[in-house]
Every structure is written in structure tokens, then in C-alpha cells.
Ligand binder design. Sequence first.
Ligand SMILES: Nc1ncnc2c1ncn2[C@@H]1O[C@H](COP(=O)(O)OP(=O)(O)O)[C@@H](O)[C@H]1O
Ligand SMILES: [Mg+2]
Length: 247
Amino acid sequence: MPIQLDILDLHAGIEEKKILRGISLSVRQGEIHALMGPNGSGKSTLAYVLLGHPGYRVFDGQVLLDGEDLLAMDTDERARRGLFLGFQYPTDLPGVKMRRFLRESYRSIRPEEPDGEAFDARVQEELGNLDIDDTFLGRYVNQGFSGGEKKRAEVLQMALFRPPLAVMDETDSGLDIDSLQVVSDAMNRLAQEGTGILLITHYQRILRYIVPQEVHVLIDGRIARSGGKGLAAKLEKRGYDWLREEA
Ligand SMILES: Nc1ncnc2c1ncn2[C@@H]1O[C@H](COP(=O)(O)OP(=O)(O)O)[C@@H](O)[C@H]1O
Ligand SMILES: [Mg+2]
């Protein structure tokens, strides 16, 4: 049975402040959904709530991962059960090199799998796919990384972990065209191999490389519109304001 993530009438925010006001959407393994919207509409808030960030509060609604209450799980369990999150502003880990970080995070998610030479080979293969230099593995996590390198590092993790479900927050922002192409290819490949992806983005341009099953537009904490390719094209032409006026 394919695993799915169901967000059901989710109301959430920061402390007393309500930001998400009733969001519902479902992503199945192998599907790509785009969650788009202007700055400040609540996209990253959703990513943090899905992570279980302690600064965020759920007022109402449910999130189910494979039918089970995600919000009752701690962050590690969410990851072990197959939810991967890529962040808009990945934090650096001074003193921890990429090589060790990848190995240890993989081990914590897949404790049952061997991680010796086979894992190293997988890392090499994915470095190649993502056009990342070997020296990357010897660098401290995210320290001094360019915007594009941080995003490639997130996608590298996603590609290694092959999670059933991934939520990627603005993985496309700040990427030049070559990086955008590489990152999009990787996401398309992962989706073909069974990962369900919720692609959070402010910009329409990644949708030239990735064709989502569904596009959802978030305005002021509500999904103002869901649709297919046609909606994406309309957003490219008209921006978000027409939906704001209708909301
Ligand atoms: N730490 C914070 N404290 C209070 N409000 C915040 C904080 N972070 C974000 N917000 C507010 O929450 C709303 C949604 O922000 P965010 O989820 O980051 O939107 P997006 O990712 O769509 O740009 C905005 O109005 C923003 O100002
Ligand atoms: Mg954001």
C-alpha cells in the first residue's frame, strides 16, 4: 500500500498567532504537489508544523502519516516513519562534516540497513547525479555553503534516504538555471521511484522542469485554489493578486 500524508483542516501558528487557517491536502507516494503562494502566506509555517518545531502550535485539525497521527510523534519518529523535510533556511552544523552527517542521519532513519561500503557507493552515485564535487563531503554542514550548495545538500539527503514522502521548502529559491535543472531532475527521478513530494515554492519557474499532479495556492493561511497545469500557467501570467482579490 502506498503511504500518504493527509493534512486535514489544519489550523496552526506561532504562540497565539494564527497563521494557517484550515488547510487540507493529501500527497501520495509517487505524486508531486506544488504548494505555492506569496511571501508570508504561511508556507514555511506548514513545513515547521510538519517537522514538530517547538515554536509552532497546532490549534485544530489533524495530520496523518500512513493513517497515523503525525502530530503525536516526536520529530525523530516522523523521520523514521518516512517523512523528510527540506528547509528554506538550512542551519549549519559547525564541526560536523557532511560525510559524518549523512552517515549518522541515515543510520538514525534506517537503523536496520547496512551502512558501510554500500552506503559510500550510494553517496558517490548521488554526488554524481547532483553534480556535486567530492570535496563537499569534507566540508562542515552548510558552513560557508552558497545558497545553491545548501539546496543541493538537502536534495542529496533526500536522494540518499529515498523517503516515502518529502516536503521541500523553497528548494528552488536562489538557484541558478543549472542548479535548478539538476535539482528538478533529482526530484522527478525520486518521484518516479516512489517518493511523494510536497514542493513548496514562491516561484513559478520550477514548474517548467517539474510537472506536479496538483498545484495548491496558499493565500493568507488558506488554500485559495487548487488545480492542475492550467493553474500554474495562469499564475505565471497573472501572479497571485487575482486570487487575493477573490479570497
Ligand atoms: N517567528 C515568528 N514570529 C511571529 N510571526 C512570524 C514568525 N515567523 C513568521 N511569522 C509570520 O508568519 C506568517 C507566515 O510566515 P511564513 O510561514 O514564513 O510564510 P511563507 O513561507 O509563505 O513566506 C507571516 O505573516 C510571518 O510574518
Ligand atoms: Mg517560506
